[in-house]
Design a protein around this ligand. Structure first.
Ligand code: MG
Length: 375
């Protein structure tokens, strides 16, 4: 179906509670909501989020780039011509992967709706029947972090991710305390969001290894390929890359430098097409993946669930659960009614992403076509 219009909105949503990472503490975030219209009125949805300070794009830059460069490049093209559309967007402007990913996700939702099938079928069909997800523990006081870990496990959560990267000694103490509380059976991963340096943290990571961490995520700045190479050699715990991978090229560079053991695929950074390419490259290189979260609404979370259901090389539990952290989600659908007891999403029902925008939420979506003075 021909691409007719794109409607955009910048929506701030509060979180239920503060969430700290090594570079900032968040109490809410600005979300991009994108509605891509086909010529018969069918539409696809996507979302994105301000990734600053751990990434490069915010909602304002994404709106500018989509409005002025990406939308004009793809207007009127058949929505099923995904690779041609990706190429046109690349030619329109280099970079801006999250703005491009938002269009890619909405195109897939639109196409699945057009075919009358759930999105996972368009992505290759179901490889698995459920998507287990992890509980996330942000940086705060040690007591609060230990309690959060305890509560997650008490409620049936099998995998925990804890943020680190502010202070080496506190990080080690928190890993020790949380492992003590959750027992040996729970998968336990840490994520530094680039907050560590090699000299200070290598001895700390060596000490952390006895607490059986599933992975250490993005410990160093993304430019420190040599540092990552050293960590991969020095530690048994897998070094997992997140912010360092937006494109298949990023992953290829890390593989060439032997600077990666595992991959966090975030659909909002890669799109569904790029995510599939990254998963396939990682599989060929023997690197396991999971689908990560970067403050999605229910839209991006649903996209991540469909991706995880349909992708073989998803070896770790995923993180597709950020709507549970939002004061109020903007969408509704079967999968978001409550936290499942076993921390695992079932197969989504319905066509496309299987979610709908809530009728009582005013998004103030504005049409790019109208802004261009066209009807
Ligand atoms: Mg991360």
């Amino acid at each position: 179906m021909k691409i007719k219009d794109i409607l955009l909105s910048n929506k701030f949503i509060n979180f239920r509670h503060s969430y700290g990472i090594s570079s900032a503490t968040f109490t809410g975030e600005s979300f991009l909501i994108l509605k891509l219209l086909g010529e018969d009125g069918t539409f696809g949805l996507s979302d994105s989020v301000t990734s600053i300070p751990f990434g490069y794009e915010d909602v304002g830059t994404m709106i500018y780039i989509i409005q002025n460069h990406l939308f004009p490049a793809i207007l009127g093209i058949d929505s099923f011509d995904i690779e041609a559309i990706e190429t046109k967007m690349e030619k329109a402007t280099p970079g801006h992967p999250m703005a491009k990913a938002a269009i890619n996700i909405a195109l897939h939702d639109l196409n699945a709706k057009e075919l009358g099938i759930p999105l996972y079928q368009l992505l290759g069909g179901k490889y698995r029947h459920a998507v287990p997800f992890a509980g996330g523990i942000g940086i705060s006081e040690t007591e609060r972090m230990v309690k959060e870990a305890h509560d997650f496990v008490e409620n049936g959560c099998k995998t925990l991710k804890m943020k680190i990267g502010v202070d080496p000694k506190s990080d080690l103490e928190r890993v020790r305390e949380i492992r003590k509380v959750i027992g040996d059976e729970i998968n336990f991963r840490v994520d530094a969001n680039q907050g560590c340096n090699l000299t200070e943290y290598l001895p700390i990571f060596r000490k952390m290894e006895k607490y059986n961490l599933e992975s250490i995520e993005q410990p160093l700045p993304i430019w420190d390929l040599e540092g990552y190479q050293k960590l991969c050699w020095a530690l048994d715990t897998p070094i997992l890359i997140d912010e360092g991978i937006y494109t298949p090229h990023d992953l290829m560079t890390l593989i060439k430098f032997k600077a990666v053991d595992a991959v966090n695929i975030k659909i909002l950074k890669t799109g569904l097409t790029g995510g599939k390419q990254i998963a396939a490259i990682a599989e060929s290189a023997g690197l396991p993946c999971f689908v990560g979260s970067m403050f999605e609404t229910g839209i991006g979370t649903a996209a991540g669930i469909h991706f995880a259901l349909s992708t073989r090389n998803i070896a770790y539990d995923n993180e597709c659960a950020f709507p549970l952290m939002l004061a109020e989600d903007i969408v509704e659908g079967d999968i978001y009614s409550e936290t499942p007891k076993d921390y695992s999403w079932d197969l989504p029902k319905g066509v496309g992403l299987g979610i709908q925008l809530k009728s009582n939420v005013n998004l103030g979506l504005s049409s790019l076509k109208e802004q261009r003075g066209e009807k």
